[in-house]
Design a protein around this ligand. Sequence first.
Ligand code: ASP
Length: 439
Amino acid sequence: MKKVVKFGGSSLASAEQFKKVGSIIKKDPARRFVVPSAPGKRSSGDTKVTDMLYSCYDKAVKGEDFSDEFEKIRERYEEIIGGLGIKLTLEGEFESIKANFESQAGSDYAASRGEYLNGIVMAAYLGYTFVDAAEVICFSETGEFDGAKTDAVLKERLSGLEQAVIPGFYGSRPDGTIQTFSRGGSDVTGSIVAKAISADVYENWTDVSGFLVADPRIIKDAKVIETITYRELRELSYMGATVLHEDAIFPVRKEGIPIHILNTNAPEDPGTLIVESTCRVPKYTITGIAGKKGFASISIDKDMMNSEIGFGRKVLQVFEENEISFEHMPSGIDTMTVFVHQEEFEPKEQKVISGIHKAVHPDYMELESDLALIAVVGRGMRSTRGTAGRIFSALAHARINVKMIDQGSSELNVIIGVKNEDFENAIRAIYDIFVSTQL
Ligand code: ASP
C-alpha cells in the first residue's frame, strides 16, 4: 500500500500542528510520500507565510528595506523548529533567500520558499528524504505545466526511495526559474505525485472534516458528504464550493486514484472520499448544493426563431466577440435566454445589445440583473423519481420565485436561477427537503 499525504497550511502552522501531522504519518506505514504546504494561519488574525513572502518580496522589488518582514518569516520557522526540538538550522537557507530577494529572483521564487523551507523542516522531523520540487515538477519555457516530463522525472527520482517529502506549490522551468501553480497549488502537487507513484490513495489533510452538503455559512452544521464522484465535485466546485484546488483532480482522476479529504484536527473523522465512480448509494438523493450570485440574463424573443437556422450561433457569436463567456442558455420555441456574469457583462451591455440587434433582428429583448444560480448535484437523482418536483415544491413553499431551470441530460444536476435576495433561502429550502427531513 502506498499513500501520498498532503498537508495544508493550517495543518502545519505551528510546532503543535506539526506534531499532530507527525503522529498521523507514523500511524500508517503506507504514508510514505508527504507533500507539505507552507505554514498557514495559527489563528484567524494571523498571516500565512506565503502572504508574508509575497509582501516581503514586494518591498525588495521596490528597493525598500525588507529586513523586518524577513525576520518575522524566519521567526515562524524558528518557532516550529524549536517547538519540535529537532537539530536543524536554516541559517544558510535564509542567507541565500535574502540574497535572491535582493537580486529579484521573481515573486514565484519568493512565494515558493514557504513550501521549500517547510519541506526541509518536515523531512528533518520525520527522518524522510527531502526532494526539492524544483527538480521534479517541470514547467515548460513558456510556463505551462509539463505533465509528461514531470511524470517521468518523478518516477525516476522517487523509485528508489522508501519515504520522501516533496514540497507543494512549485516547480521549475528548463532554465531553472522557479514557478508556482496558482494559490492553493500544493493540492495539485499532491495529485501529481500520487499519479507518478501509482498511489493507492491520495490523502489530502486539511482543517475541515470533508466536503459539506452545503455552505456552512448558510447551513449551520451542514452534513459531510461521505463519497462524491469527480464529476459531481467538478459541478459543485464550479459553483463555488471550495476545499480542494480545481486542478487537483485531473492527474489522479486519469489513474482512478481516489482522493480522501481528512481533518488533521479530527483524524478519526471519516472525511470525504472522492472517486471516479461508485456503487455506494448516496445517503441522500442529492450529494451537494452550491451556488453563486451576480448573474444577468438576456432574453431574446423572435417569432419563428426555431426555424431560423443559425440563430443561436449568431447570438452567441456576439458574446464571443465581446469576450463574454455564457453560463447557461435555456431556450423556448421563440425565445432564448443567455445567462452571463453580471460584472463581465455590464460594461459591455450596450455593445452586446446592439450587436444582437444587428445579428438577428429580434422582436423583443429583456434584461434582468441580480440573479443567482444554484446547482443541486447528485448521482442519486438519476435513479430517483420526483427530485425536480421536490425541489420546486420546496421553493414554492418558501415563497421563492424560480427564474430559470436547467437540467443537464446527464441528470447529474439541476440548475436553478433565482433573485440574488432569495439565494440563501432557496439553499435552505432545498437542504431541508433533501437532508434535514431525512434524518
Ligand atoms: N502556500 C500556498 C498558498 O497559500 C500554496 C498552498 O498552500 O497550497 O496558496
